[in-house]
Write a protein that binds this ligand. Structure first.
Ligand SMILES: [Zn+2]
Length: 109
């Protein structure tokens, strides 16, 4: 099978590690491109990964939020489920950095 991304390499079936952010899950069956190195997890692997994410309570945690004002600053609200999972509390130090113009990364310091 040819790689759907680069259209040059061949896909080789092997186990690849899956990370969700910085959480290591396990190694799962995947097709890896011999040229560009793209990893495509098999359908069964995707299901297993989903199951594990649900077990860890991190599945579908993405939430919409809005920017609001407080005095002269802008405030980003962090949904409760995410705050709980990351053990964020008031006063906790964070590092905010833009990654391009459409992505803002918040790291717990
Ligand atoms: Zn490729």
């Amino acid at each position: 099978m040819k790689c759907p991304l680069c259209d040059k390499g061949r896909l080789i079936r092997k186990k690849s590690p899956f990370m969700y952010g910085d959480i290591y899950f396990d190694k799962y069956d995947s097709d890896v491109c011999s040229k560009c190195g793209e990893v495509i997890f098999t359908e069964e692997s995707a299901l297993e990964i989903e199951k594990k994410a649900k077990k860890l309570g991190i599945w579908g945690m993405e939430k919409k939020s809005k920017i609001s004002y407080a005095g002269n600053s802008l405030i980003v609200r962090i949904p409760k489920s995410i705050a709980k999972f990351m053990r964020l509390t008031k006063g906790k130090g964070i590092l905010i950095k833009p990654e391009g113009k459409k992505k803002l990364v918040v790291e717990v310091a």
